[in-house]
Design a protein around this ligand. Structure first.
Ligand SMILES: [Zn+2]
Length: 382
């Protein structure tokens, strides 16, 4: 007769009539509880849901209000016990109840080792010394760690860089926290210019801003290298814009700058036309329209014929047949002077384009915010 059969009978039915018999019954019960607990703990559980299930099962077998071992003992041994046995049964029962507190769910769960999740298995060699010995199946297949991919904006930036690297330009960079001198003054942007307003620019203090464009690096590069100079300048810029489908307070620009003797607007047009064809295909045409920037004179806006509809009009080009690419122009003589270059000996051209916008056009993405929200479902597509 197992102890589980015994708890379904009264002491009288079991023929137990003295303290010794009661104590030996309870000892058998406690030994069974100890064994069951030890067995569970030594076996461990593969994962948390399994562990919870195992712990709950053991807990319920012993402590459930209805049908648990303790409740059966109370029902069949304690309650019907005669006057002379009742005190000893009661005492033993209390001892057992105290001991079986270790079968409460939380206590079991705490004691029960998990055969760690796959990610942790990798760390095992470092922790076996201190950790518990848990049997492990070394024949299980290895871990698959998904590789990330290059962010669409970074990819666009690299594509553009590659084209200019082939033309003999090199890549220059500069600080994102910039002085108002480099960000505005040296680029011929007057004190009164609206872009200096703190509605447009993030000021750190009166003389320090988060750069609003990559153009300050033009001046820094002129100071550093002098002329001739052929560089492109990719990087992050910041403006006080509320995020919407076409604006974000942080965005990416690429600046181009060529300074040499006898550089003319024809060089600018030829270079940017070549660039557009390399990026969007041999068939595209470029269009230059006059514009104004404080740091170039003359200044222009460059558009490319739509590479989707070939200029017929479609959703990508908003039915216009043209896609605006960038601003450009001949470097203002005053800007050359700020950079320490003699405008009587040298001339140059410059352009600035938005990398995020290029990536949007190229991949037909209608909201710039998607780039920076870190949603893997979006980023996985590239
Ligand atoms: Zn189109």
């Amino acid at each position: 007769m197992t102890i589980y059969d015994k708890i379904e009978r009264t002491l009288q039915q079991l023929g137990v009539s003295d303290a010794r018999g009661v104590e030996s019954l309870f000892a058998e019960l406690q030994k069974t509880a100890e064994q069951e607990r030890a067995e569970l703990v030594s076996r461990g559980a593969p994962d948390q849901p399994q562990r919870d299930r195992l712990c709950k099962a053991l807990r319920d077998r012993w402590l459930a209000r209805k049908g648990g071992v303790l409740s059966r003992v109370d029902e069949n041994w304690l309650k019907p016990a005669g006057k002379e046995l009742k005190p000893v049964v009661g005492r033993q029962f209390n001892d057992l109840r105290r001991w079986t507190a270790s079968l409460e769910f939380e206590k079991l769960a705490e004691a029960l080792p998990l055969q760690e999740a796959p990610v942790k298995q990798v760390e095992l060699p470092l922790t076996t010394g201190a950790g518990r010995a848990v049997p492990r199946d070394l024949t299980l297949p290895g871990l698959r760690r998904p590789l990330g991919s290059v962010h669409p904006v970074t990819r666009m930036q690299r594509e553009i860089e590659d084209i200019f690297l082939r033309l003999g330009f090199w890549i220059e960079s500069g600080p994102e926290i910039e002085s108002t001198y480099y960000n505005f003054d040296a680029l011929n942007i007057p004190e009164s210019h609206p872009s200096r307003d703190d509605w447009d620019t993030f000021y750190i203090d009166a003389k320090t801003v988060l750069r609003t464009h990559t153009s300050p690096v033009q001046i820094r590069a002129m100071e550093k290298y002098g002329a001739p100079l052929y560089i492109i300048i990719p990087g992050k810029c910041y403006r006080h814009d509320n995020p919407d489908a076409t604006h974000y307070p942080m965005f990416h620009q690429i600046e181009g700058l060529a300074i040499d003797k006898d550089i003319t607007f024809a060089d600018l047009k030829g270079t940017l036309d070549f660039f557009a064809k390399m990026l969007f295909g041999e068939k595209v045409r470029t269009r230059f329209q006059p514009s104004f920037f404080p740091f170039t004179e003359p200044s222009g806006e460059v558009a490319v014929s739509c590479f989707v509809c070939d200029g017929q009009g479609c959703r990508v080009c908003k039915e216009s047949g043209w896609i605006e690419l960038m601003g450009c122009g001949m470097v203002h003589p005053q800007v050359l002077r700020y950079g320490g270059i003699d405008p009587d000996k040298y001339s140059g051209w410059a352009f600035g384009l938005g990398v995020d916008r290029f990536a949007m056009v190229k991949h037909d993405i209608n909201d710039i915010q998607l780039f920076f929200q870190g949603d893997v479902r979006f980023l996985e597509q590239f």
